[in-house]
Ligand binder design. Structure first.
Ligand code: F6R
Length: 608
């Protein structure tokens, strides 16, 4: 969704802003803009469409400045127009904003009465006018910002510059991430570390309610009471290589192939030291021992990771586990059992629905919360008691791939730790799980080697308009994930069902035109799945089956089979995710869609 970058330096900051915005493109946006302080003037360029178009316009205008802010906008209040794009300007004050101001209508009315005119339909423009209003009263830029944010209800990350104060930039955070990058004689602000990583690795993550003032050589941070505070400086481990495409055609393809490494990194501590509660935080042992059940909350792909975990947690840890889509949970009168651990799963750590569901769970009396997340210092883990960071590295493709499989790896570790702490797992079983984990990265690599075969299948999927995915038990969520991946990036309508449910309705859809993907590993449900496949074949449906090397399956007319490596036991859902990711990727490739930036979607969904 929206992205922010700002810079104050002793060099031209325009290339820094443009490069930063390009690195934020992956989040999803529909317009972009920059504003710079050039001498005693504010100059701005905004364009709908790609950053490259805005860059060309800035080049034509000969922008060159030592201070400026930039933004990628994903429309919420007001359509995709140049007038609604950021930065917004009021009498020489230019600002960029992520988030949503809930009381913008009330503020708009008040500002109108004060004589301000509005050029856009955005909630952001009220902030620009409020800033000017307080500057006019004699406040300096920082004080004006501190007065302004006290008038705002909602969520914001803000970066502000003014032609009246060309030697500084100010910023504020509430509910949306914002960080400061510390350079040598130059400083930066960004919503995401990838936007400034080319300039510096040293970052300060602002806390809720913070405001800050940046000059070229200094940074001062103030808390919500406007008191000067010290915030820790972190060294970001995001690498430039992780933000570059390298030899791959798309980030999604790169990220699919990074999974053996990402999973190995996520399970490293367990492989070295065993299943230890400390993986989830210093006081995790006491908390996890005390809980009597688990309630998982998440959205989209992360929700499917949660669905898979439910099978594990109930079967292995012997604890009751419910999984719910965060946007549903947050608005229903849920029955809360404070003895149940709330587990939120979010790749980005910013998803608004998941964040709000977490807050709601706490308001219902849940005391113990655990977050599984891929982005350090993001909002959801910060609001949680326990945290496990997956180590997938930056995920740029909008469709989640390595974040999903590393979430599964983290959830499996949580399952075994819970099982141990609740006395449900013998030493022998624990050793067996460790052995399975040890094999996991290698088995994922083997599954990746199936890419050429899967690419051939994809050619047959490309002309289709619908597809059905089937799975049972642990692999039903993987069927859901396969269908989601296919619809997201190839725009083919795809549905997933538990295979046993076919005869209760969806079988009516099956004909010779409907490809049916079946995830059929060599587990105790295989014979059941085979019967369900017969139901499809008898109606002329064409089957595309992913099974294991060691399962007794043969190809026949209308039944195509691809075999993943030997059956991976309880970790089989992770292995069987790889082929469905590759199928979606190659189908999208064959259809020529924008794989990394599918239409209408954004990487982190910070709106309802
Ligand atoms: C699908 C996808 C989305 C996200 C969902 C939740 O490929 O990426 O369905 O899984 O928007 O996002 P996070 O995990 O960031 O909370």
């Amino acid at each position: 969704m929206c992205g922010i970058v700002g810079a104050i330096a002793d060099r031209d900051v325009v290339p820094v802003l443009i490069e930063g915005l390009k690195r934020l493109e992956y989040r999803g946006y529909d317009s972009a803009g920059i504003a710079v302080i050039d001498g005693r003037d504010v100059r701005r360029v905004r364009r709908t469409g790609r950053v490259a178009e805005m860059e060309a316009a800035a080049g034509q205008e000969g922008f060159n400045a030592r201070l400026g802010v930039g933004h990628t906008r994903w429309a919420t209040h007001g359509g995709v127009t140049e007038a609604n794009a950021h930065p917004h300007i009021s009498h020489g004050v230019a600002l960029v904003h992520n988030g949503i101001i809930e009381n913008h209508e009330e503020q708009r009315e008040r500002l109108r009465q004060l004589g301000y005119e509005f050029e856009s339909q955005t909630d952001t423009e009220v902030i620009a006018h409020l800033m000017h209003h307080y500057l006019k009263q004699g406040n300096d830029l920082l004080a004006a910002l501190q007065r302004t944010v006290k008038e705002l209800t909602g969520a914001y990350a803000l970066a502000v510059v003014s032609r009246a104060e060309p030697e500084r930039m100010v910023c504020a955070r509430m509910g949306c991430p914002l960080l400061i990058g510390l350079g040598e004689g130059e400083n930066f602000v960004a919503s995401d570390v990838s936007a400034i990583i080319q300039a510096t690795r040293q970052v300060i993550f602002l806390e809720e309610g913070d405001t800050a003032e940046l000059t070229r050589t200094s940074v001062r941070v103030f808390d919500g009471d406007d008191q000067l505070v010290q915030r820790e400086v972190h060294l970001s481990d995001v690498s430039l290589a992780s933000l570059e495409l390298g030899p791959y055609r798309h980030f999604m393809q790169k990220e699919i192939h990074e999974q053996p490494r990402a999973i190995a990194d996520t399970i490293e501590a367990t492989i070295d030291g065993g299943f230890l509660p400390t993986l989830f935080g210093a006081n995790a042992e006491a908390v996890l021992k005390d809980v009597e059940g688990v309630q998982i909350l998440a959205c989209g792909t992360s929700y499917y990771a949660g669905m898979t975990a439910r099978y594990w947690i109930e079967a292995i840890a012997g604890l009751p586990c419910s999984v719910e889509i965060a946007s549903e949970y947050r608005y229903r009168a849920a029955y809360a059992n404070p003895k149940h651990l709330i587990v939120t799963i979010s790749q980005s750590g910013e998803t608004l629905d998941t964040m709000e569901a977490l807050k709601y769970a706490k308001s219902l009396g849940h005391q113990h919360t655990l977050s599984i997340c891929n982005v350090p210092e993001s909002a959801i883990p910060r609001a949680s008691e326990l945290v496990c960071y997956t180590r997938a590295g930056a995920e740029i493709g909008v469709a989640s791939t390595k974040a999903f499989t590393t979430q599964l790896a983290a959830l499996f570790q949580l399952t075994v730790v819970l099982g141990k702490l609740h006395g449900r797992i013998s030493e022998e079983e624990e050793a067996g799980y460790l052995e399975e984990l040890r094999f996991l990265p290698g088995s994922v690599q083997h599954a990746l080697n199936l890419e050429p075969q899967i690419a051939l299948w994809a050619e047959r999927f490309a002309p289709k308009s619908d597809a059905l995915f089937l799975g049972r038990g642990l692999h039903y969520p993987i069927a859901l994930e396969g269908a989601l991946k296919l619809k997201e990036i190839s725009y083919i309508h795809a549905e997933a069902y538990p295979a046993g449910e076919l005869k209760h309705g969806p079988l009516a859809l099956v004909d010779a035109d409907m490809p049916v993907v079946v995830i059929a590993p060599n587990d105790k449900l295989l014979e059941k799945v085979k019967s369900n496949m017969q139901e499809v074949r008898a109606r002329g449906g064409e089957l595309f089956v992913f099974t294991d090397q060691d399962s007794n399956f043969s190809e026949s007319e209308g039944v195509h089979v691809i075999r993943t490596p030997r059956h991976a036991g309880v970790l089989s859902p992770i292995i069987h995710t790889i082929p469905v990711q590759l199928l979606a990727y190659h189908t999208a490739l064959a259809r020529g869609t924008d794989v990394d930036k599918p239409r209408n979607l954004a990487k982190s969904v910070t709106v309802e």
